[in-house]
Design a protein around this ligand. Structure first.
Ligand SMILES: [Zn+2]
Length: 1024
């Protein structure tokens, strides 16, 4: 699934050879002693393991880089591995070094030669520890380590679960969220008869199952299905009627048997049912669009991920229950149908309808990937190797499908080759659905999209194509990551989404470098860091025990942090082929199966074991705990000290964690800082002169933030001030991001931030400029919210003057280059938002020309948002814009117009937009999250939005499930409000959403903003 935000990007830094990580067990900083002895290529001195000494008194790893007697390669391999495996802990306590770690979960992948006495000492120590731990567990009661502690055993009532009551009053035979494992579905035979006039459908589902363990019950899922008849057949026996029990709170159905079903038998359950189409955007839902003759056209489509297949047919609705599907759908003759597989045949029915039957799926798949559509769409088709690729849209938009078809063909060829596994089906359909909430959904063979994420006009700019290409690249990657190999349970959703997000940037860099997705990926990683810094964040792989928690997994941690740590891993190998080899191995090993995070790391560890790192150990430290490290650098003459701690933004000063990560630390310095070859990892193989400054995390491929200390920051600021080009633009952007984050953490003063920003007016590249703009704008908005109008206007002047020269250089003509478009749109949007007269005049006159041209003049794609926002803010042009909006057909332009309309400060109009959106008339309900977040860009607008959210909460959660991406976006918008208001409202909601993580995030963010302002207002007063 692809969440809809306007994002995309990637920058590949090449090759680390060795890397040293701060050990999981090493809490003290490593001290690196730099030698003066220089070489032709002056960098850090070699880390000669024999020169490593351990000082128990200070508990520090002291490395003296004399590097005179280098070890041969093999020896070095062993030493590096030991370090990587976290051996410094052992070293410190025993003053010995060893060649393997007791902390690896599997046997060491390759043996280092010469098992030494040190190894033996370590092994003995390890055995002693294991024995002690075992004894502790043996003698302690089992509940010692549980949260609840020991309860007195209740002898009269042994561990019999408390079963809930079914709707018919009988006991429901299952008491858990997850289904029992005793029955495995093998195949489904689905017949669906949708009635688009009556908003209802009937269905017949035949499930063939295998009994894995003897049992008295079959438990599966069904929601809002009215089951009219059910029969059961065991083996070759006779089918007989059975009663289906239902437990609504968990959306579970069950059949009880008086006699045990024996393991090894087969059975068939057949159910007939009727149901209403879903009113929301999930399940089997009815939708409509207005065609060019203003006629209402109805269609029906599905969106099952994560938990809604059960709303369309009874099934075992968990990703691990993979099966085959044979689907039949009836339709009126004027409609067409689509499903995962190619159509096998069509039969005329006696009632005048036609029944389409699709081929049985050739692979096992999870229920959430099943899809079907009844509509009047038309295709645009092309053959790509063995696969027929079609892009479907409503008939009048068929001219907008060409780009999607072209880029899909290229991407399909790329993935077939990259994964060394061909896409498994003979056809691949991509369908633009007029009313669709997610960005897109990767159903096997039938990918569904919003119109915005699939359709682009012929004259559309590259920036608009970038959105479409990215979403397609993401969904296509899912055909392997997700569809072929699927996570066992939603706790590991990142295996789907992190990979698809990473592959979307990676594939487009190869397939369409002109789209320049690098800047976007960089900013996506910054935002992922921001969110993961909060105390309310969660581990990439985390417990999921309720349906709301399942929905909440679709967040930036699963998507963007997942992608970021994969980039970090890939960047840890020389070249791209190692990582690729690893994931090919993983995909082949688990093809058609389900996996968890450990399976991935183990699989990669096997393939990549010849390198100086244990993938499993390193990556588990990134997936099993929330947050990320803050690396503190201290450069003292020729000594570098590195330390790590949890970068945790918290309004509660007492919260501390002892989390540690295996960090592949990279760096460049003043002697060489731009080319990929300059990049070094902390293996310290080279000798070095004193360095003036260091920049860690080359091109920001690592998921951590760096603090250089007061002197380190000022040296970097000075270096940039003298010469902007001394660092890559990614590194400049990363410095800007990091220093603002550190200011929020309270680690650097705002004066240090200002000191770094002095250089920014000389920067002309997109990523550092847009990052600085975003951070400064954030402060401006907080000042506005605090009604510090004097300070706010001084802040505005500062922003304008910092970027005056660069803004003045921007044109209002068509621009070809993507990153120039990104830069221009950010600068002009800023200038117009801050009411820069020159900007608003240009925008207004362009809008007038656009109106007068009657749609023949095109506003350059990257400028549309600026122009429509200026038009929407003005009372004179708002009605005109609204009129154009209502008649516009091209979805991507429409969204920009809608954002413009929602930027108005006129209360009546704000209310009007919100109520149109809620009703779904003129403004589609799917756009409400966009409308609300746009309104919340301004303080006054957000007050209306906030009232609206509170008044209409129940209607909102009817449309957008609690915890879903849409609700997350809506809640995120309300951070302009005071924390007491937000807290009061959400805590009153109880089961209607009070437990959502996004509420906690919003509250934390509000408090953190307040705290930052309280601390920095005096500085701002003085400085501005
Ligand atoms: Zn996805």
């Amino acid at each position: 699934e692809s969440a809809f935000s306007d994002n995309i990007a990637l920058c590949r830094a090449s090759l680390p050879r060795n890397m040293i990580e701060n050990s999981m067990f090493e809490e003290e900083p490593d001290v690196v002693d730099l030698a003066k002895d220089s070489t032709a290529f002056p960098t850090f001195p070699a880390l000669d393991p024999d020169e490593v000494t351990y000082e128990p008194r200070s508990s520090r790893l002291l490395v003296r880089g004399l590097g005179e007697n280098d070890m041969d390669d093999d020896e070095e391999d062993c030493e590096s591995s030991a370090r990587l495996l976290g051996m410094s802990f052992m070293n410190r306590s025993s003053a010995h070094r060893s060649n393997s770690s007791p902390y690896t979960r599997q046997a060491p992948p390759r043996s280092c030669s010469r098992p030494s006495s040190r190894t033996i000492v370590v092994c003995v120590l390890f055995l002693v520890i294991v024995a002690s731990v075992t004894m502790v567990f043996y003698f302690l009661p089992g509940c010692t380590f549980t949260k609840a502690g020991c309860h007195k055993p209740n002898k009269t009532n042994p561990i019999e679960p408390v079963y809930p009551i079914s709707t018919n009053g009988e006991l429901f035979p299952w008491a858990q969220l997850r289904l029992p494992q005793s029955i495995k579905p093998l195949s489904y035979d689905l017949t669906l008869n949708p009635d688009l006039d009556k908003m209802t459908f009937t269905g017949r589902t035949v499930i063939s199952m295998s009994i894995l363990h003897s049992t008295n019950r079959i438990v599966f899922h069904g929601a809002n299905l009215n089951i009219t008849k059910a029969t059961f057949k065991l083996g070759d026996g006779q089918a007989s009627d059975v009663t289906i029990l239902e437990y609504k709170p968990r959306q579970q159905l069950a059949v009880n048997f008086s006699e045990e079903l024996k393991a090894g038998q087969y059975c068939v359950l057949t159910m007939e049912y009727s149901a209403n189409f879903s009113n929301a955007y999930d399940g089997f839902y009815k939708s409509f669009y207005i065609d060019k003759d203003r006629n209402k056209r109805v269609l029906a489509a599905t969106q099952f991920e994560p938990l809604s297949a059960r709303k369309a047919f009874p099934c075992f609705d968990e990703p691990a229950f993979k099966a085959t599907f044979l689907i039949k759908i009836s339709r009126k003759k004027t409609y067409m149908t689509l499903s995962n597989m190619p159509k096998a045949k069509s039969t005329n029915l006696s009632n005048g309808l036609v029944q389409d039957e699709f081929e049985k799926t050739s692979v096992n798949m999870s229920t959430y990937l099943v899809a079907f559509i009844v509509a009047d769409f038309t295709p645009n088709t092309k053959n790509v190797s063995e696969t027929q690729v079609s892009v479907y849209s409503v008939p009048e938009k068929n001219g907008h499908t060409e780009y999607a078809l072209t880029i899909t063909s290229k991407l399909l060829e790329f993935y077939n080759n990259f994964f060394d596994i061909n896409y498994p089906l003979k056809k691949l359909d991509l369908v633009a659905i007029p009313d669709f909430l997610a960005g897109a959904m990767e159903n096997l063979g039938l990918i569904t999209f919003r119109e915005t994420t699939l359709l682009v006009g012929k004259e559309s700019s590259l920036l608009e194509k970038q959105v479409v290409a990215s979403v397609i690249a993401h969904e296509l990657a899912h055909q392997w990551f997700g569809n072929l190999v699927t996570m066992t349970w939603w706790n590991d959703l990142w295996l789907n989404e992190g990979f698809a997000t990473y592959m979307e940037y990676m594939s487009l860099q190869e397939v369409s470098p002109d789209l320049e997705t690098g800047n976007l990926f960089l900013s996506v990683r910054f935002r992922a860091l921001d969110k993961d810094a909060l105390n309310s964040s969660h581990a990439v792989s985390t417990d999921v025990n309720t349906t709301e928690q399942v929905e909440e997994m679709f967040d930036s941690v699963s998507y963007e942090k997942g992608a970021s740590i994969l980039l970090m891993l890939n960047a840890s190998f020389p070249g791209d082929q190692q990582f690729r080899k690893g994931i090919i191995e993983y995909l082949k090993q688990f093809s058609g199966l389900n996996t968890d995070t450990d399976d991935l790391w183990n699989s990669l560890t096997q393939v990549l074991s010849t390198h100086h790192m244990n993938v499993s150990q390193m990556m588990t430290s990134w997936t099993s705990q929330k947050g990320f490290p803050l690396v503190t650098v201290n450069l003292m003459g020729n000594q570098v000290t590195l330390a790590q701690e949890h970068f945790l933004l918290t309004s509660d000063n007492t919260t501390h964690t002892s989390s540690l990560w295996h960090i592949p630390v990279t760096y460049v310095n003043d002697s060489c800082s731009l080319a990929p070859e300059c990049r070094q990892v902390f293996t310290l193989k080279n000798k070095s002169e004193n360095v003036t400054w260091l920049k860690l995390n080359y091109k920001n491929t690592g998921f951590y933030i760096v603090d250089y200390g007061k002197d380190g920051w000022s040296a970097l600021a000075q270096a940039l001030f003298s010469n902007v080009g001394v660092l890559t633009h990614e590194d400049r952007a990363s410095l800007i991001h990091n220093i603002f984050a550190l200011s929020r953490l309270g680690r650097v003063s705002f004066l240090q931030v200002i000191n770094l920003l002095k250089y920014v007016s000389a920067d002309t590249e997109t990523s550092p400029v847009t990052e600085a703009l975003l951070q400064l704008n954030n402060i401006y908005r907080q000042l506005e919210k605090r009604q510090e109008s004097n300070l706010a206007s001084r802040m505005k002047n500062f922003i304008m003057s910092t970027f005056r020269n660069l803004t003045a250089k921007q044109t209002w003509e068509e621009e070809e280059n993507v990153s120039k478009q990104e830069l221009r749109s950010a600068l002009l949007e800023m200038a117009c938002n801050l009411n820069d007269e020159n900007c608003t005049q240009q925008a207004t006159s362009l809008f007038k020309k656009y109106m007068e041209s009657n749609g023949t003049l095109r506003i350059p794609g990257d400028l549309q948002q600026t122009v429509f926002t200026v038009a929407g803010r003005s009372d004179e042009t708002w009605d005109a814009l609204f009129n154009i909006y209502v008649h516009a057909t091209y979805d991507s332009e429409k969204r920009k117009m809608l954002k413009g309309l929602a930027s108005t400060q006129n209360p009546q109009r704000l209310v009007q937009i919100l109520s149109f959106g809620l009703r779904g008339s003129l403004i589609q309900t799917q756009e409400l999250p966009l409308v609300i977040s746009t309104m919340c860009q301004s303080f006054a607008g957000c007050l209306f939005a906030w009232d609206f959210i509170q008044e209409n909460w129940d209607r909102l959660i009817e449309k957008f499930p609690i915890g879903s991406f849409a609700i997350q976006a809506i809640i995120k918008s309300v951070t302009s409000q005071s924390s007491t208001q937000v807290q009061a409202f959400f805590s009153g909601l109880k089961e209607r959403g009070s437990q959502m993580r996004s509420v906690q995030e919003a509250l934390e963010t509000i408090k953190l903003n307040q705290r930052w302002m309280d601390r920095n207002l005096p500085t701002l007063q003085k400085w501005l």
